[in-house]
Design a protein around this ligand. Structure first.
Ligand code: ADP
Length: 373
């Protein structure tokens, strides 16, 4: 089966074409809307191009492939709310529901929806399937997803923890089970997706039972440009005392906080300021500790995402001086080996590259409903 996968970030768009589960084309558009926007095909160097939005990025991709040859076009959609908990064929009704979810995550869902609608206009017969970043976290229990505010905010307005990066956490669960030769149903792990956006997930018997991102991707770990957990009182103070509007505060906390604010860059390769690194890793350590308490038995802690896969310093600082006898092997860590814990460590520490697009393909190919398409 020939399946195209579209994975849009806020300023990037990745497209992969799979033929029977094997990647045959890989196109990445980066820095969309900025002066240095660029497109790269396969392993070739990226060409600077003037790409001002996601629609233009998609058009550039579609100009270089045969849209007609694709049997299914799959989209990673960030927010599925409580509607969408499995891969979903996109029809008029689904589009209406996606529109109704736009308020929950305006930036990301708008990008996803505009891509879906563009493809519909270009080739109405092409089957499109949406896979949701929130879906993997649908197993989180009520006591974890409810905020301690009047339950009416949940029942009436759907304010609750949703969690994101679900395709990545799901991929890492399966990859870890395979690596440890355990069944997924038997697996208790803590996955750390550390990229521009970062999240931690507690996985019990193969299912998400808690995760650090919340109602929006703003909650939880310190990220490239998001602050993560913060006292909500700061938001009121910024408005009242600093005279900032609600939109300005939202922008600050999402786009110019985190590493951008602390270290002046969201490129972790360039951050060597001790304090910023300590703020970043201390937060991760706190979540790992909390998740160990929730899980009881932990088979492994998994580092993944651009930072988790490539940064020995971040991994070292996160695990350094950890309670419960969890220990990193410095040599293995520096070499980016798959197992980086010492043989005496009470919990295995693994480095596993994530692959959201492959997870999308697996979920489609393993789902009997899509066999007949
Ligand atoms: P996205 O969330 O945009 O998919 P990635 O998973 O690609 O992001 O991660 C991007 C982050 O990974 C950036 O902070 C980048 O600096 C960091 N990163 C990439 N390579 C390295 C490396 N060798 N060492 C440290 N950080 C790295």
């Amino acid at each position: 089966m020939i399946i195209g996968v579209i994975n849009s970030g806020s300023s990037s768009l990745k497209f992969k074409l799979f033929n029977d589960g094997v990647v045959v084309q890989n196109i990445i558009v980066q820095n969309i809307g900025r002066d240095n926007s660029a497109i790269s095909y396969g392993s070739s160097k990226s060409n600077l191009q003037n790409i001002s939005n996601h629609k233009e990025a998609l058009m550039a991709i579609f100009n270089s492939i045969e849209l007609e040859s694709i049997e299914i076009l799959a989209h990673r959609v960030v927010h599925g709310g409580e509607f969408f908990i499995e891969p979903t064929i996109i029809d008029d009704l689904v589009i209406e529901k996606l529109k109704s979810l736009k308020n929950l995550n305006p930036l990301h869902n708008e990008i996803n929806l505009s891509g879906i609608l563009l493809v519909r206009a270009l080739n109405p017969r092409l089957k499109q399937i949406a896979l949701f970043d929130t879906a993997f976290h649908f197993t989180i229990p009520e006591e974890a997803y409810l905020y301690a505010i009047n339950p009416e905010y949940y029942t009436k307005y759907k304010i609750r923890k949703y969690g994101f990066h679900g395709l990545s956490h799901s991929y890492l669960t399966k990859a870890t089970a395979k690596f440890l030769q355990k069944s997924v149903e038997d697996l208790n792990i803590i996955t750390l997706h550390l990229g521009n956006g970062s999240s931690a997930c507690a996985i019990k018997n193969g299912k998400s039972i808690d995760t650090s991102m919340g109602f929006t991707p703003l909650e939880g770990l310190v990220m490239g440009s998001r602050c993560g957990d913060i006292d909500a009182g700061v938001i009121f103070y910024m408005q009242r005392e600093l005279g900032l509007s609600i939109d300005e505060v939202e922008n600050i906390l999402n786009k110019s906080s985190g590493m951008v604010a602390l270290a002046g860059t969201n490129d972790m390769r360039k951050v060597n300021d001790e304090l910023s690194l300590n703020v970043f890793t201390r937060r991760i350590k706190k979540y790992i500790g909390a998740y160990i308490a929730l899980l009881g038995r932990v088979d492994a802690i998994i580092f993944s995402g651009g930072i988790g896969e490539n940064s020995p310093i971040i991994r070292d600082k996160t695990i350094d001086n950890f309670a419960f006898d969890i220990k990193i092997d410095d040599e293995k860590n520096i070499k980016n080996e798959t197992i980086i814990s010492t043989t005496k460590s009470s919990v295995k520490i693994l480095v596993i590259p994530t692959d959201e697009e492959l997870e999308i393909i697996k979920q489609i190919e393993e789902n009997p409903r899509f066999k007949v398409l």
